[in-house]
Structure formats: C-alpha cells, structure tokens
Design a protein around this ligand. Sequence first.
Ligand code: IPE
Ligand code: MG
Length: 226
Amino acid sequence: MDGNGRWAQQRQLPRVAGHRAGVEAVRRVLECAGALGIKYLTLYAFSTENWKRPQAEVDALMRLLVEKLTEELPDLVVRGVHLRILGNMEDLPCDVQDALRTALAQTAHNSRLYVNIALNYGGRRELVDACQKLARQVQRGELEPGQIDEEHVERELYTASLPDPDLLIRPGGEYRVSNFLLWQIAYAELYMTPTLWPDFGEQDLIAAVAAFQKRDRRFGGLKGRS
Ligand code: IPE
Ligand code: MG
C-alpha cells in the first residue's frame, strides 16, 4: 500500500491523514475481495525499513493500527476473515502486540477470506530467519544440508502453508517490489498502477483482476501445456 503521504500532501493535510484514508481503502478492498471470491489477500502495511521514518509518523501508524484493528475486529469476525501477521511481532510496541494477539485469536477459526498483514516485514529478513531455522535443524542433526530443498525453505517462511501470490498490485506509481515476499512472488503477475492507495477502491481491484485474467501464465513452460 503506497501513496498515503502524497495523497495527503495533495490536499495540504498532514501525512497521518493520508494513512487514515488508507485504512478506508483497506476496508473497501477487503469487502470487494470477499465479493470477488478472492481467498487470500496480503497487505504490506509496514516494512522493516519503515522504522527509518520520523518517530512521530511511526508512532501515528502504530496508534492507527491498534485503533482500527480494535474498532474493525467484530466486523472482520462476522465477515469470516482469518488474520495472520507476516513479520516479526516481537519488535512491535506491547499495546500493538496485544491488539494483534486478540485479533489473531478471535479470527483463528475463520476461513472465508485469509488476510495477511505484512507488518515489520522484510523479504530478506524472512529469508535470513528461514536460513537460521534450517541451520539450527542441521546443527541438531535433524537435517542434512543436502536434503534442504524448496519445500524445506518454504516451511520456514512466515507464509508457511499459504499459496504463493498470483497477483501483486503496487499502487502509488512506483515500479519496484520493495523487499516484499521476495521468495513467494517468483511467478506472481505484477500490476503497477499510479492510483494512490487512499484512492484505491472496488474499480481498481476489478481492473487489476481483469488485467491478471488476460495474462498468459506459463511458469517457464510453453503456452497451452503444463
Ligand atoms: C503508505 O504510503 C505506506 C506506509 C508505510 C504506511 P507512504 O507513507 O509511503 O506514502 P508516500 O509514498 O509518502 O506517498
Ligand atoms: Mg511510499
């Protein structure tokens, strides 16, 4: 989700107003994703690099997360949303961790729409964490280095047991991946749009899905064969 700051700047509002408007976009997209039959949706909310922002903005983002998560939780539960966090929760402020744990526990039995929030997430960090976990298994004699294959790596990622994304949508007009799900997007279709995240809505999601449907996915093979 990108472009909150620019959206606010265009309106001469503080950046946090853009983040607030961004939360509304999340609500719209969740509703629309459910209606479109999308089963898995991952939102990139806060990267391991976002800690470099001014402390006041980081604080405002964390406050907004707790506020909105608490406010929206009953609705998420009713709509069958199953929440999961991708990233390292231990580094987050305690009140954020508490709000997240409550939300995770209350949505754990839902299965209509799986919503992953990438929070304090970095794709490289995720891969480093996976390497460390595998190295420890080798050290304990549970695994031979030569046995390590793609499935072993996948099992140690934050996304273990989730399917790889089919479609990656980047709003805000940038043409980069910004350390997002580096392993998992190996064959994802990329969709970049200039729409700033707070302006993103139902029509934008439908346009992205329609573009995806026109793509010819070969996964390295040849057309029409598998
Ligand atoms: C939201 O957009 C991304 C978050 C980290 C919450 P930005 O805050 O990056 O918005 P721009 O890029 O400054 O417009
Ligand atoms: Mg940005």
